[in-house]
Write a protein that binds this ligand. Structure first.
Ligand SMILES: *[C@@H]1O[C@H](CO)[C@@H](O)[C@H](O)[C@H]1NC(C)=O
Ligand SMILES: *[C@@H]1O[C@H](CO)[C@@H](O)[C@H](O)[C@H]1NC(C)=O
Ligand SMILES: *[C@@H]1O[C@H](CO)[C@@H](O)[C@H](O)[C@H]1NC(C)=O
Ligand SMILES: *[C@@H]1O[C@H](CO)[C@@H](O)[C@H](O)[C@H]1NC(C)=O
Length: 622
């Protein structure tokens, strides 16, 4: 009986979400822990405004999030509580709806701004390119007038030819129903990979500024809200801000909302200060609450009430969103939410994101399969896609010289699912537009030693190399770059990184956990009950920093030389890792510098190499 009901639910198309989105899978849910002051939080959305069209667990879109937030605001009004909506950056880059338009983001700013957001700040991805930073200054900051906070970012305004704050440094406001006086900040971690039209001031410097020192001494504050594109756990930036506020306000509750490491996390700073991090890619809508907050009034008595902090990580699908808003498919969508879902559909259509390049014969995983293995995306790339694309070029343009192609695993951002491989998928798997470069005719004996060196040290950072280079002139540079790379994909994030693939059908066997859909099973400082949906855990595998494809060709067919090793080869790599490649070569005692490198394949991008291969090899059945 249960099985039949489930099948019917799966077959029903959802109202709301994108037309091609799969319906969510019903699963046991935990309720939202409503309190006196509540928060809805997104972070590291990376353009996934359309939701996940291949994964039922995350299939709701930005329009649904708008409807959901409206219902929660209505509930807060009815109950006399308050809810604050926050986004902590990295909204751009990583999804075709942002990356594939010309100019980039052509459709996404107007979609994003329809959500009412009370506090919004910048991530590092908003600042890599001068163009993205100017889009923030000229579009997102005005779109969220007065709510965009940039506590430690300045922007070069080319009109006035001066550096100005990207947005307001802080915002003080009083909540609608409880009259809670909130002092809010919006920080970015100590990032230095930004284009030169912004300046990111190290947090250590910002906290010395008069405006900050004055703001934290304000006695007419009931709660500090520290938002930031900063990891909530073990980050020196948030620790420092916490200590600095605590030194002058021992009893005021502090809610941190962070991001950047793409994980679900909830961290305790002290009994009155907690931090929430809400995952990535619109998979998660974070919910946090604080109770026992002194509200308004003029009295400046020390606060003695005990604060209670709670959290929930909501799987972004309509089954969860209906449940938590006490609605159903007919009462859930608001007019605005529906309009925004339609705007997303129409943008995706204009960008032809559903265009099919081919059909994948199976799933290929970044972290859900061991490497090497037939289910690993890296094994597929190094054994098939890369050598087959590169060998043609080596034959026609490089005089049949053999090649070694080194790529960092971080260049692959997402899994390939069995079935249609679309233009959308190509941007999800490889959103980076940079191309390849190479060093010609490198002694093979040297080339073969680079990969092991790059893979030495921690599995997901390239810091192993920097650590082996004390005193090397490039070591500081490398440490800076790798510190950032590592923070984006720390190894411990693996435990919580859960891309979804399978649909679990209830009743298949007797283990109750086996009936649950696979997904996040988060452990944080409040325990193991944070996820709103009960999941069966997913196994994860660490992968090396880099992998390599060997393209062995024969220069002269007249001689049998199967066993002969070529003396020199073309050493090819993706542009992003050039600093590590050059350092590795120098470490090996070789006299190479970036001047010895040149564009390869006319700078053809990794994405187009991959899609060309898919078009040639993954024919669809009908
Ligand atoms: C940024 O660098 C470019 C190119 O080097 C230069 O033309 C420009 O003046 C710089 N801008 C600022 C604000 O320093
Ligand atoms: C949704 O709820 C409303 C109000 O409770 C009810 O009238 C309606 O029949 C429900 N619709 C569905 C599809 O369940
Ligand atoms: C939704 O779109 C319709 C049609 O364009 C428009 O008339 C209406 O005002 C929109 N509603 C909202 C709330 O934006
Ligand atoms: C390269 O190899 C191909 C196939 O083995 C052969 O047909 C061709 O003549 C070779 N070209 C050169 C320039 O050696």
């Amino acid at each position: 009986m249960n099985n039949i009901l489930l099948v019917i639910t799966l077959a029903t198309t959802s109202l709301g979400a994108q037309p091609s989105a799969p319906s969510p899978i019903p699963a046991p849910l935990r309720e939202l822990p409503w309190g006196q002051l509540n928060f809805l939080h997104t972070t590291d959305v990376h353009g996934w405004l359309g939701g996940h069209l291949r994964e039922p667990q995350y299939s709701a879109d930005w329009g649904d999030y708008i409807s959901f937030a409206q219902h929660l605001r209505d509930k807060a009004d009815a109950d006399g509580t308050d809810i604050i909506i926050v986004d902590t950056g990295d909204r751009v880059e990583g999804n075709g709806i942002y990356d594939s338009s010309k100019p980039r983001g052509k459709y996404t700013f107007d979609i994003l701004k329809e959500q009412h957001i009370d506090v919004i700040c910048s991530g590092n991805h908003e600042l890599y390119k001068a163009r993205t930073a100017s889009d923030e200054f000229r579009k997102t900051v005005p779109d969220f007038k007065g709510h965009y906070l940039a506590s430690n970012i300045d922007y070069y305004n080319s009109d006035t030819q001066e550096f100005v704050p990207l947005a307001k440094r802080y915002r003080k406001f009083t909540t609608k129903n409880q009259g809670i006086r909130v002092m809010a900040f919006g920080f970015l971690f100590d990032f230095n990979g930004n284009a030169n039209n912004t300046v990111v001031q190290p947090v250590e410097e910002t906290i010395k500024e008069k405006w900050f020192q004055d703001a934290i001494r304000d006695r007419e504050v009931d709660l500090f809200l520290v938002t930031g594109h900063v990891p909530v756990r073990d980050s020196q930036e948030f620790s420092l801000i916490f200590k600095t506020i605590r030194a002058v306000q021992w009893d005021i509750p502090i809610q941190f909302l962070g991001g950047h490491t793409h994980i679900r996390d909830f961290t305790k700073y002290d009994s009155r200060a907690f931090g929430l991090e809400s995952g990535r890619y619109m998979e998660t809508i974070g919910f946090a609450s604080v109770s026992g907050v002194k509200s308004g009034g003029n009295e400046v008595l020390p606060q003695v009430a005990k604060n209670k902090f709670a959290r929930r990580y909501i799987d972004n699908n309509l089954f969860s969103l209906h449940h938590h808003s006490n609605t159903n498919s007919s009462t859930f969508p608001t007019e605005l939410g529906r309009n925004v879902s339609e705007a997303i559909t129409s943008a995706r259509k204009s960008l032809k994101l559903d265009r099919v390049y081919g059909c994948a014969p199976q799933d290929y995983w970044t972290n859900r399969a061991p490497y090497p293995s037939r289910d690993s995306i890296f094994t597929w790339l190094e054994e098939s896609a890369i050598p087959e694309q590169v060998s043609g070029y080596q034959m026609s343009e490089r005089n049949n010289n053999s090649a070694l192609v080194v790529v960092n695993t971080g260049a692959l951002r997402f899994d390939v699912f069995e079935g249609k491989f679309t233009r959308d998928d190509s941007y999800l798997v490889s959103p980076f537009t940079s191309g390849f470069r190479f060093i010609e005719n490198m002694p093979k004996e040297i080339a073969d030693r680079v990969l092991p060196l790059l893979n030495q040290g921690s599995p997901l950072g390239v810091n192993g190399l920097a650590a082996t280079l004390p005193g090397h002139p490039g070591a500081n540079l490398i440490q800076d770059i790798t510190a950032d790379a590592n923070r984006e994909y720390p190894i411990n994030a693996l435990q919580n990184r859960v891309p979804m693939g399978e649909i679990a059908v209830a009743g298949e066997n007797d283990d109750p956990k086996q009936d649950l859909p696979p997904g996040y099973t988060t452990k944080d400082d409040a325990g193991t009950d944070g996820d709103d949906t009960e999941h069966k855990p997913i196994e994860f595998f660490a992968v090396p920093n880099c992998f390599a494809a060997n393209v062995q060709l024969s220069k002269d067919n007249s001689k049998a030389q199967d066993d002969a090793q070529p003396e020199t080869i073309d050493f090819v790599y993706n542009e992003f890792i050039e600093p590590w490649i050059v350092l590795a070569l120098q470490y090996l005692g070789q006299d190479y510098s970036s001047e010895d490198t040149a564009p390869y394949m006319e700078g053809k991008s990794f994405t187009s190499l991959m899609t060309n291969w898919v078009e040639e090899n993954w024919k669809c059945k009908d």
